[in-house]
Design a protein around this ligand. Structure first.
Ligand SMILES: Cc1cc2nc3c(=O)[nH]c(=O)nc-3n(C[C@H](O)[C@H](O)[C@H](O)COP(=O)(O)O)c2cc1C
Length: 218
């Protein structure tokens, strides 16, 4: 075990010195508008995978799991993501249809947290998302067995090659297991780091179908 780890962990910087200001007084009424502004700024700042988020779920036994996913859209149904319907997250959501999403954009010292109930969207949405994926991602989604133990990399390579061949034969082929879900946000929290550690937290809460806003202690 390394003795260097604690000092190494203490020495790494989290944020640049120069951080954007967060004028909470000018925050829009709808958190999605603020999110879109922050996402654009993350893209402009060159943040890699600014659309990547941690999806946290819990299963029937209360065990919590989290993984990174790509945000696909935000519409009247919620914050949309796409995945297989036979993996751990789908199993968790089937048992407990609530989730949290977390975005982290270190270059800007920003975090966004979303919570809410989740529902699976119609199969047609999953098909549209599947067909919009690049060919290699479609093949990867076709392989199946996600999160099951894998015997060897060769086994995967053979299954992937088989999926590539099937899709080459029929490019309109859709993996039935590919689906989309939407998190209907009931809280959205915006966290802005400040060089003096007086970090700013603004939370939106849905109350009687209207958004209420309030600051949180950092
Ligand atoms: C940056 C990044 C983006 C990812 N995007 C997705 C995605 O959009 N959909 C997906 O099913 N898995 C995606 N993954 C893989 C998941 O993190 C995870 O390994 C997989 O979905 C299995 O999760 P589960 O076993 O908890 O269901 C992504 C991984 C990374 C690192």
């Amino acid at each position: 075990m390394s003795h260097l780890l604690p000092s190494l962990l203490r020495s790494v910087p989290s944020f640049p010195d120069d951080l954007p200001a967060f004028g909470v007084g000018e925050a829009p009424e709808d958190p999605v508008d603020l999110f879109e502004g922050w996402l654009s700024q993350a893209i402009d700042a060159g943040v890699l995978a600014p659309h990547a988020m941690t999806l946290s779920t819990s299963g029937p036994d209360g065990v919590v799991t989290a993984r990174t996913l790509i945000l696909k859209d935000i519409d009247e149904r919620g914050w949309v993501f796409a995945s297989r319907d036979d993996g751990v997250k789908a199993r968790d959501l089937g048992a407990n249809p609530f989730a949290a999403l977390t975005f982290f954009w270190p270059a800007l010292g920003r975090q966004v947290r979303v919570t809410g109930p989740v529902r699976q969207l119609p199969q047609a949405d999953g098909e549209a998302d599947f067909l919009a994926r690049p060919p290699e991602s479609r093949a990867a989604a076709f392989v199946g067995h996600q999160s099951e133990p894998l015997g060897s990399r060769e086994e995967y390579a053979a299954a992937y090659a088989d999926a590539v061949a099937r899709l080459a034969e029929n490019p309109r082929l859709v993996a039935r297991t590919w689906n989309t879900w939407a998190v209907a946000a009931d809280t959205v929290e915006f966290w802005q780091a400040s060089p003096d550690r007086a970090h700013v937290r603004l939370q939106y809460r849905l109350h009687n179908r209207a958004w209420e806003r309030g600051l949180l202690w950092p």
